[in-house]
Design a protein around this ligand. Sequence first.
Ligand code: SF4
Ligand code: SF4
Length: 553
Amino acid sequence: MAQLAIAMDLGTSGFRAQAIDSITSEILSTVITTRHPLPGANVIDHLHFSLEMGIDSAQSMIIHAVNRIIRDLPIQIDTVQCLCVCGNPIQLSIFQGMEIRDLSYAGKKKLDLLGITIPERGAAILPADHFPGLALPRGCNVIIPPAISHEVGADALALIMKSGMMNRNETSIAIDYGTNAEMALCHNKCIITGSTAAGPALEGQHISCGVLAIPGAISDLKPRLPYYQTIVLNQEMLPEKGAFIDMSRSGYDISPEGYRPVGITGTGTIAAIQQGIQAGLVIPPEIHTADHQLHLGEGLYLSQTDLVEAGKAIGAIRAGYITLCNEAKIALEEIVTVYMSGAAGTYVDARKAQALGLLPPCAGKIYQIGNTSLAMARDIAADIKKLDEMTVLAKRLRENYCLFASSEAFRNTYILELSHWTEGMPLSLYRSFLQRYRLPDLPPFTGTPEVIRLVKRDIDYPGRLGLITLHDIGMVKTAVFNGCTACFTCTSTCPQKAISLQTTTCPPKLTLDPSLCLGIACRRCERACPEQVFLLQRFFQNVTQTIYKNPES
Ligand code: SF4
Ligand code: SF4
């Protein structure tokens, strides 16, 4: 009987898992989820949710999703010997049910004041039954790779190791483009790391017609002037030619025969904004079309709000690499090579991303390297010695990380980014402020870099048993509120349609799908309730009922 291992990436916008043969390291199958089980769209939302609703509640929801994924892998579960889980410190800490308050507050003084001890986030090999409710066979181990710091996690280590940046004698930067953007600058063989909450726009979330990188997502836009051709991910997650569109007019789709899109992913958003700027249709924060929308096909568009949302993500990343260059005391022009990872880093047109500011403007060589977090988990699952290598490297890098949350350089640069994307500050003025703050200059994008695409997809090979996409993680929460009059105000107010109301019971029963909910920063449902009885928290308290849509889960 084959002995199997599971590698898993707990991403902020969804989870990705692969079953592998432990002996041959062959990838057998892949499951991806199109949502995260916790309410919210970024790591900060997940952190705040876990703090407010309780770490146990958050952990059980993540473990439920992990179980669902494992169950959907077309393998015999009783042959699984280990599960290796990689991700950022917030996701891994919630999965382990450990202290997370230190991830919420910056500064030792504050932590001391609150009596919070920063937990050791080193490598761990734990029996599966250490995790309450984790449906793995007895004797199976769960492997957790180490973090660099409490802010820069195992996923950043994976990025550094899988890019191979340390083995080359040049100044380079590696960036994992996701809701939480991890980055590492390598200069004179010294690595400085940082991590910024870029927000969900680069993964196609919080965008009017946004979707994750799934089959049917518009991933790019090619100019075929005066029109543009959409590029859409097909069932194999490979880019395929889609319809021709006119970005300035709605409903203009001159080749409806092309592959039909279902939404716009983060990379499609980047392409549309960059092409819009080039065509003079976009001057942040405005879209200069008749209805102030960029049109990408039947019913698909980017609004001005989407533009600002994407701009904030681009701004967080640009502020991040300027801050790292400031820490290393180098100019942006010294960066020779960029490594792009993550789904956005794989599918994006690297030249468009560079023109838009998502990578340093003068880098002449760009490698697109796929999902490094999942690849690292796979390497460890196949060869446990990799865990020791990671531990040694994490220790070395611990002396050199830049905490953006307390960096004045980051704060000043990010304010300039916000001024550019939300107020329309011209980049010439932005540069003069950089000079005033004695920060590295931001030269304009000039050249045509060499782009080396090492993978075709962010998960390059899904395995001989294929790819399974899970749109529904399969858990809903129910609650009753005394005094509820079944007025439906909460259900109609929810922008995500995350709540439904059952009036056949007395009192009426409300159901919430946490994977759709925007999280505790939203709470429009609570504010809208005319009886003031709706309380989001009640869905996550013990008195509520958790319903697994599929009884086997
Ligand atoms: S309205 Fe309520 S249920 Fe809907 S997304 Fe916002 S917080 Fe979640
Ligand atoms: S808004 Fe309040 S009263 Fe109306 S259905 Fe929702 S919980 Fe009940």
